[in-house]
Design a protein around this ligand. Sequence first.
Ligand SMILES: Cc1cc2nc3c(=O)[nH]c(=O)nc-3n(C[C@H](O)[C@H](O)[C@H](O)COP(=O)(O)O)c2cc1C
Length: 388
Amino acid sequence: MNQKLLDAVNNAIEIARWAPSSHNCQPWKVITLESAGKQYDVLLDKPLKSNELLCCLALDKKRQLNALPSLRFEMYVSCGLFLGLFWLAVTQQKVRCRFHWLCDTELNLSWLQLASEHESELLVAMTLSTEDFEADNEYQVSRTTSRLNQLLELVSTRRTFRGLFQDDLFDQETISNLLSNHWPQLLTGLEASAHFEQDIDHIHGVTQLVAKYAALDFSSYRAWKETYRYLRFDLQDNAEDGFYLQSLFGPMPKRKIKFYEYILSPLVMQMLRLVNVPQHMATELSKLVDKSAQLLIIKLNKEHLSKRNLVMTGARLMEIWLQAHHMGVALHPISVLLQHDEPRETLQSLLQCHNERIVFVARAGYINTAASVSPRRPVQSIHTAVGS
Ligand SMILES: Cc1cc2nc3c(=O)[nH]c(=O)nc-3n(C[C@H](O)[C@H](O)[C@H](O)COP(=O)(O)O)c2cc1C
């Protein structure tokens, strides 16, 4: 197998694994094929050469969230976030990357077999090749290493921030920097439209929607049971996925953590509905929304809601999220508004989205707090190299 390309893939996964995902479930899988062979050629624009490597990004069926039908959308967007960082890291190593979309396409038996062997849904295959065949000199190697280290530093310090933001309203220059588009269209597509909502009436409207509907998250037994599986209570337990209680509520003593572990458990939460605890939590979340100066909204035309466009939207979101982090801006997604039809449709009419579906909504603002811990799976659990 082309060891140089395999090393580049592993380096890229080391970076891409820091992509955000719903509940930090990290639903991605990377499969590389040593010899793509004729059976896979059918979807590739030309047969694979000996110095090329075929690398597939897939949705890992064992890791996907499925308590609500709308979570399918979040799974494709999450894989797109990973794909964006993967592309960035692989091309930083002077590796060329040609995309062959596998989702929304009729796959032949060999592809289907590959998907079923790996219990996954194939999303996109990438033909990777080195840009030149000259042996890299020491200077080039050290430049690539330093670029990758800088990128790793940036991606591994980005965090979802769930506290109060500074109340600055972004000015036009900041917004155009945040939304500037440098990644290729073949990766991010053209369909997703992103903007920052700053209209005070709209923010109040969204606040009311959160107060009214966010309890759905906490009081739906099935949805909360799945969320609770991803809550981590012990910072010492070396988790590989999920999110720590502290990243929701800030640092707290052990006694209080134990208390939350108990009261947040799904059965207890069901009982606490009788005394309106889910409603109280929704109200607290809505206060954060009310104090936000802006919301990031990403939408897709309803006619363009394909899996491929959702993955591409994820890549576009990653470009914005990374640029935001670079500028000291953090995001806090409020997905409960999108996970149920009624709040989503009300939100869409509030924001005058005609014939468009909102696929991502987040509070956005400057922060000056240190990053909290966010666990990740190791590279070897994400990557499977298949021999011929
Ligand atoms: C599509 C998507 C939806 C998300 N929805 C929420 C949400 O509703 N509430 C929340 O607090 N975090 C949400 N998150 C943030 C994830 O929980 C977070 O990315 C993950 O726990 C990893 O943490 P990190 O972003 O700090 O690395 C969402 C992330 C993604 C990608």
